[in-house]
Write a protein that binds this ligand. Structure first.
Ligand code: GLA
Length: 779
C-alpha cells in the first residue's frame, strides 16, 4: 500500500511484512527514513531521522543557513554530486553551461495505475508512486517510480530523467536506484563466477570504502550477476535480517556498496556508467531499468522466496506461469557439430522410449556450419545434415511423439557467412580496423533499424517454417571493438544501452508473434542470467557446466534470486565434459531435477542399465514435476559449508516436499546425521526415498557383498549383470509428525563405512545422493 501523509510530507510503502519510508525534508530533498520489517507510522519523523545537529569537521554544509545539514551524512533517495555528498551518486551529468552539479528537489507526486515502458522488460504493475524532482536552475526533471507488491514483500524502483533545456545535456551516470542506511556490520552477498562456474555465492564483510562490481562485457555476465544481498552478520537461511536487490536488465551494469567514515551505507545498482555517455536533447528522456528490492527479517530463504514469488507473478510471461515445462533432450554434448538426420533421429527415438517429451536440435543445423568458424547469420538449413530441412526433421520428430525445438544465435555473425558478405557494416566493429573476435564471431549491431528488421523477419520465417514449440536463444561472445555505423559520433556512448534495448525490441516482437513457443535463453550457459532475459524467456540454460557437483554450487547460488522454474538443468553423460569428473547417473538426475529437467548425452548409446534408470528418473520427475518446477525452494545446507548439502522443495500448502541429500566425498566412519525440517504443516508424514540403483560395474569386488551369487569382476557374467541387473540401494521409510521432524529431526541411514551392507545402510560413493519424498499421511 502506498500512503502519503501531508502533515510531515512522508511516504509509506507497506507490504505484508515490510515498510519503506521517505519524506520531503525542510530543504525539499527526498530523504530516506526507513526500510525494513513492518513498522507503524512514526508520530514524529525526527525521532527516527539520521541528522547531525552541528557542522561536522571538514564537511560541506548545504547552505549558509543550514549549517548542520550536510548531504554527505543525509540518507537520500536519489543522490547527485556537487553539493557536498561525496559518496557514489545515482545520477551525474553535464549541463548546457558545462557545469556538472545538479540539485534535485521535490516538485510533486502522484499515484498512477497504469505504467508501461515501451520495449523494455518490466514488472507488471498495479499502482505506482511517481515522485517528481527537479533542478529548477538547470531545467532537469527526474521522476522516481515506486511500485509496491504487497504479497511478495517487494518494491520495484526506477527513474526517468528528462531534459527541459533547449540545449543538450549529457548523462554520465544514471543508475536505477540508491538506498542509504545506517550500517549494521552488513555482509555483502553476491553471485560471482566465470564460464562453467557461474553464480557461486561469495560473502564480503564491508569496510570503509566502496565495493564496486560490474559488467563491461555487453551482457550482464557470468563474472557477477546483477543481484546482491546485504545481511546482518548473524543471518542464516532461517534467521536474521537481510535485503536483496536485483536489476531487470541484461547489459552492462554496475553495483556500488559504499561504507562512509560515519558508518552510513549506500548501495546502488543500474546501467554501468563506464563507457556510458548519453546525450539528451530537449524533452528527451532516459528511462533506467527497473530494480527489485526486498527485505526479510527471517533469513535468506524468505528473501529468496520473495524474489521467486515476485518473479513468477510479475516478470515471467504469464502464459508460462504455472505451465509445466517439457523434459527435453538436447544433442549438443551428444554430437557437437557432428550429426546428420539419422543420428538425430536415433537419439530422438530413444528419447521417446525413455519418456522424454521434446527434442532440441542444437548448433550446427544451418549454413555450412561444421565448426564454430562459419555460418552464424545464415539461418537456412544445411542440406547435407537435414535433407528435408528443419520442417522435414521436425515432422519426423513429431511422428516419433516428441515436440521439436531449435537452437539459434541470432545476435551474431561469422565473417564466413553470406550475411556478413552482403552486410559487413551490420557487424559491431570500428571502420577500417581489424576487429577482435570471440568464438570466431562478431556481434550484430542491434542499434541499427535494418538489423532489427532483418532479425524479426528471418526468425519469424524460421519459427513459422516448422512445428517449433521451443527455441534456445544463445549468445556466445562478449563485446569488443564497440562502434556502430548507425549511430552519430556524439551517440556512440549510448551503444551498450541501445543494443540491449534493440535486443528487447526484437524479443518483444517475436514473443508476441509466437506466444506459445517456450523460449530458453542461453549465453554460453549463464553469461546472461538476469531478470531482463527472464521477462521474455521464462527459463535460462543455467550453465554449460553439467557436472552434478559443480551444479550444486551453481544452482544453489542461482536460487538466491531466481526461481526453480527459470533454472534449466541437464543430466549429462559420464564423464563430465567440463571437469572430467565421474558422478553417479542417479546424482546427475537428483541435482538436475530441482528445476527444469533435460538430458544432454548420446541416448542412442546408453547401456540397458542406464536406459532403465533414466526411464525411472523420468517417470519420477513427471509424477512430481509441478512441485519440482514451481514449489518453494529451501537451501537446507549449503554445499559451501558441508560435505552433506541438502535442498528441499515444498508444495504451497506445506504438505508435500522432496528433499535432496548430496554427499561430496565419502567419509570413513562418519557420525550419524539428521536434519531439522520445520516448515511442514502440522500433521503426520511418511518419508520414503526414491528408489535408486547402483551400477555394479562401478562396485568392483564389493558386489560380492551385495549379491546372492559370486561373480568375477570384468568377466562375462559381471558385464551381463552390470548391463541388466538393478541393484537396489537402501530402502528408507519413516512416519513422523511435523513436530517430530522439526525437533527430533529426520535421521538419515548411516552411510556405508567398510563393514555391513544392508537395506538400512546408504551405500554412497563420492558424489552420491538420495532423494526423499515427504508426504502427509491421509487419515
Ligand atoms: C553455447 C551453449 C551450449 C551450446 C553451444 C553451441 O556454448 O551454451 O549449450 O548450445 O553454445 O554452440
Amino acid at each position: 500500500m502506498i500512503e502519503y501523509f501531508k502533515e510531515d510530507k512522508t511516504f509509506y510503502l507497506n507490504t505484508e511484512n515490510t515498510t519503506y519510508v521517505m519524506f520531503v525534508n525542510e530543504y525539499n530533498h527526498l530523504e530516506h527514513l526507513y526500510y525494513g520489517p513492518k513498522i507503524e507510522k512514526f508520530s514524529n519523523i525526527s525521532d527516527a531521522r539520521i541528522k547531525y545537529e552541528f557542522e561536522l569537521g571538514t564537511h560541506v554544509s548545504y547552505s549558509k543557513d543550514a549549517k548542520g545539514y550536510m548531504l554527505n551524512n543525509t540518507l537520500l533517495e536519489v543522490s547527485t554530486y556537487g553539493k557536498g555528498d561525496f559518496r557514489e551518486p545515482t545520477l551525474h551529468m553535464e549541463l548546457p553551461t558545462g557545469s556538472r552539479t545538479i540539485d534535485l528537489t521535490y516538485l510533486s507526486h502522484e499515484i498512477i495505475s497504469e505504467l508501461k515502458w515501451k520495449n523494455m522488460p518490466q514488472a507488471t504493475k498495479t499502482k505506482t508512486l511517481k515522485i517528481t524532482l527537479q533542478d529548477i536552475q538547470n531545467n532537469v526533471i527526474t521522476n522516481l517510480y515506486y511500485s509496491v507488491y504487497q504479497q511478495d514483500d517487494t518494491i520495484v524502483r526506477n527513474m526517468e530523467i528528462i531534459n527541459k533545456n533547449e540545449e543538450e545535456i549529457i548523462l554520465d551516470k544514471a543508475l536505477s536506484f540508491s538506498i542509504d542506511m545506517l550500517n549494521k556490520d552488513y555482509i555483502l552477498t553476491k553471485l560471482d563466477g566465470t564460464w562453467i562456474r557461474e553464480r557461486n555465492i561469495s560473502n564480503h564483510p564491508l569496510t570503509p570504502g566502496t565495493v564496486r562490481f560490474d559488467s563491461k562485457k555487453g551482457v550482464s555476465s557470468n563474472d557477477h550477476n546483477p543481484f546482491f544481498a546485504l545481511k546482518e552478520p548473524n543471518t542464516q537461511e532461517d534467521y536474521g535480517k537481510c535485503f536483496g536487490f536485483a536489476l531487470i536488465y541484461s547489459g552492462n551494469f554496475e553495483a556500488n556498496i559504499e561504507l562512509n567514515p560515519h558508518n552510513l551505507l549506500r548501495a546502488n545498482l543500474g546501467v554501468n556508467s563506464f563507457d556510458f555517455r548519453y546525450p539528451l536533447k530537449k524533452d528527451e528522456s532516459f528511462i533506467t531499468p527497473e530494480v527489485v528490492l526486498t527485505c526479510s527479517d527471517s533469513g535468506l530463504t524468505k528473501l529468496s522466496n520473495n524474489f521467486h514469488q515476485f518473479i513468477s507473478s510479475n516478470i515471467i510471461n504469464q502464459n508460462f506461469k504455472n505451465k509445466e515445462r517439457p523434459i527435453l533432450v538436447n544433442n549438443w554434448e551428444a554430437t557437437y557439430f557432428d550429426f546428420n538426420q539419422k543420428k538425430i533421429l536415433a537419439i530422438a527415438k530413444k528419447a521417446k522410449k525413455l519418456g522424454i517429451e521434446l527434442f532440441c536440435l542444437d548448433d550446427g543445423w544451418f549454413g555450412k556450419r561444421n565448426d564454430d568458424y562459419s555460418s552464424l547469420g545464415d539461418w537456412y538449413y544445411n542440406k547435407k545434415k537435414l535433407p528435408r530441412g528443419v520442417k522435414g526433421l521436425a515432422e519426423k520428430i513429431n511422428k516419433l511423439g516428441l515436440d521439436f525445438g531449435i537452437w539459434v544465435e541470432p545476435e551474431m555473425v561469422n565473417e564466413d557467412s553470406d550475411l556478413y558478405r552482403s552486410h559487413p557494416d551490420w557487424a559491431v566493429k570500428i571502420p577500417n580496423q581489424q576487429p577482435s573476435l570471440g568464438r570466431n564471431q562478431l556481434v550484430l549491431d542491434l542499434t541499427n533499424e535494418e538489423v532489427k528488421a532483418y532479425l524479426k523477419k528471418t526468425l519469424e520465417e524460421l519459427f513459422s517454417s516448422a512445428p517449433i514449440t521451443y527455441v534456445k536463444w544463445d549468445m556466445n561472445r562478449n563485446f569488443s571493438d564497440v562502434y556502430s555505423n548507425f549511430l552519430d559520433k556524439n551517440d556512440q556512448g549510448k551503444f551498450y544501452y541501445l543494443y540491449t534495448m534493440g535486443l528487447y525490441e526484437v524479443l518483444e516482437y517475436l514473443t508476441n508473434q509466437f506466444p506459445d513457443i517456450l523460449f530458453e535463453s542461453c549465453a554460453s550457459g549463464g553469461n546472461r542470467f538476469d531478470l531482463g532475459m527472464l521477462y521474455y524467456m521464462p527459463q535460462t540454460w543455467t550453465s554449460d557446466d553439467t557436472d552434478a557437483y559443480e551444479r550444486l554450487k551453481i544452482q544453489e547460488g542461482t536460487s538466491l534470486c531466481y526461481p526453480l522454474s527459470s533454472i534449466s538443468n541437464h543430466v549429462c553423460g559420464d564423464s563430465s565434459h567440463q571437469v572430467f569428473r565421474h558422478t553417479p547417473l542417479e546424482t546427475r538426475f537428483n541435482v538436475a531435477c530441482f528445476g527444469i529437467l533435460g538430458y544432454e548425452l548420446d541416448l542412442s548409446q546408453l547401456t540397458p542399465f542406464e536406459e532403465k534408470i533414466i526411464t525411472k528418473q523420468i517417470s519420477f520427475y513427471k509424477e512430481h514435476r509441478a512441485l519440482l518446477q514451481f514449489g518453494r525452494f529451501v537451501r537446507l545446507r549449503s554445499v559451501n559449508n558441508s560435505n552433506y548439502s541438502a535442498w528441499m522443495v515444498i508444495s504451497d500448502d506445506n504438505k508435500k516436499a522432496i528433499l535432496g541429500l548430496f554427499q561430496a566425498l565419502a567419509i570413513p566412519s562418519p557420525a550419524m546425521d539428521s536434519i531439522k525440517l520445520d516448515m511442514l504443516e502440522s500433521g503426520t508424514y511418511k518419508i520414503t526415498n526414491r528408489t535408486q540403483y547402483h551400477n555394479v560395474r562401478t562396485m568392483g569386488t564389493l558386489i560380492n557383498e551385495g549379491l546372492p551369487i559370486r561373480v568375477k569382476v570384468n568377466h562375462f557374467l559381471h558385464n551381463v549383470i552390470a548391463n541388466r541387473y538393478l541393484f537396489e540401494a537402501d530402502k528408507f521409510q519413516k512416519v513422523l509428525t511435523s513436530n517430530q521432524l522439526a525437533n527430533s529431526e529426520l535421521l538419515f541411514h548411516h552411510t556405508f563405512t567398510g563393514t555391513g551392507l544392508n537395506d538400512s545402510v546408504m551405500l554412497l560413493e563420492d558424489f552420491g545422493s538420495r532423494l526423499f519424498i515427504i508426504e502427509e499421511e491421509k487419515n
